[in-house]
Design a protein around this ligand. Structure first.
Ligand code: FES
Ligand SMILES: [Fe+2]
Length: 336
């Protein structure tokens, strides 16, 4: 059982890197619901609840049939929409029972497979997901953070932990400068723009960046967060993370790097930038693991916040109540 707000079942979440889904079914978990993903013979992805209605074997342990799945236990065969098509051993004139497997809606976009649990193939993916220009993606990677989705999203969008968790890599503690952060909600989520930091102090930025025009963080409901850097020479770099809760203590994370108008071939990004970003990821995942283990020792506690905790109230309200209350834009000075 889960206590996710029911409205999240009608939202699209990233579930798997598309290249990981071939002929063998793959089990994923979204909002505490087990789901099996598979492809038809012509390569179309489909998704069903990962439970056979006969004796509840996981369909993800079965095989793809070309147009659906066959259960590994007694061979009941289902089509891509979850309709029961065949029961091996049943006399040809006996009627099939009227059971079916629940269908989950699927879309494939920019290298990711997206799911909507209520089964309706309606609505759009988040705007920041649809905005990427063709060919601008340099890498795509899938991992898991041992944390509640709210803590995971907050971590990515919070600049103030970077001096402590990624010392020297993202920012240096002794080199803070004053920045004006502006938080502005919009119809799809919110945006935080940072003014005053033409160049960041960490190694990653000193190695790979030129002077910046702007830095902004975005969040589009339900789980897409992005940090975008625009440079004076016209280039743009976007680091995006799509967060999909598996359970209250585990969040699947899909990370991508998109580059526009800037010389940065994929092989070079893979070889130079990627190992450093991977280290940043491991540092965040470690701290989030410590945080959620400690929350299990102190259940029900609420954190104290200051004006520096800009994004937490919005993200928390959205995930707990299904929508964030209307809020006015606000500006905060911080030393980063
Ligand atoms: S449990 Fe699936 S066919 Fe029996
Ligand atoms: Fe971090």
């Amino acid at each position: 059982m889960s206590d996710w707000h029911p409205s999240h079942a009608s939202r699209w979440f990233a579930a798997l890197c598309a290249e990981r889904l071939r002929r063998t079914p793959v089990a994923v978990r979204l909002l505490d619901r087990p789901v099996v993903l598979a492809r038809t013979g012509d390569g179309q992805a489909f998704a069903l609840e990962d439970r056979c209605p006969h004796r509840h074997a996981p369909l993800s342990a079965g095989c793809a049939t070309g147009d659906g799945l066959v259960c590994p236990y007694h061979g009941w065969r289902f089509d891509r929409d979850g309709r029961l098509c065949e029961i091996p051993g049943l006399s040809p004139d006996a009627a099939l029972p009227s059971v079916r497997v629940r269908r989950i809606a699927v879309r494939e976009h920019d290298g990711l497979i997206w799911l909507r649990l209520d089964g309706r193939d309606e609505g759009e993916l988040a705007p920041l997901v649809r905005e990427f220009g063709p060919g601008s993606r340099r890498f795509l990677w899938q991992t898991r953070w041992p944390a509640h989705v709210v803590d995971a999203v907050e971590n990515f969008l919070d600049p103030l932990h970077t001096h402590w968790i990624h010392p020297g890599l993202v920012r240096r503690g002794g080199a803070r400068s004053e920045v004006l952060a502006r938080f502005a909600p919009n119809a799809d989520g919110f945006e935080v723009s940072y003014r005053g930091q033409a160049q960041q102090s960490g190694l990653l930025y000193r190695l790979f960046e030129s002077p910046r025009d702007s830095e902004r963080a975005r969040f589009d409901a339900p789980g897409s967060a992005q940090i975008e850097y625009r440079y004076r020479n016209g280039g743009t770099v976007r680091i995006s993370l799509h967060f999909s809760p598996e359970s209250a203590a585990s969040t699947a994370v899909f990370a991508s790097l998109h580059v526009e108008n800037r010389w940065a071939p994929a092989w070079l990004v893979r070889r130079l930038v990627w190992p450093l970003l991977k280290r940043v990821n491991d540092q965040d995942a470690r701290m989030l693991g410590l945080q959620s283990a400690n929350l299990r020792r102190f259940p029900g506690v609420r954190g104290a916040s200051t004006e520096l905790d800009l994004v937490r109230p919005w993200v928390e309200a959205f995930w707990n109540d299904g929508a964030a209350p209307p809020a006015a834009p606000r500006e905060v000075r911080m030393r980063l």
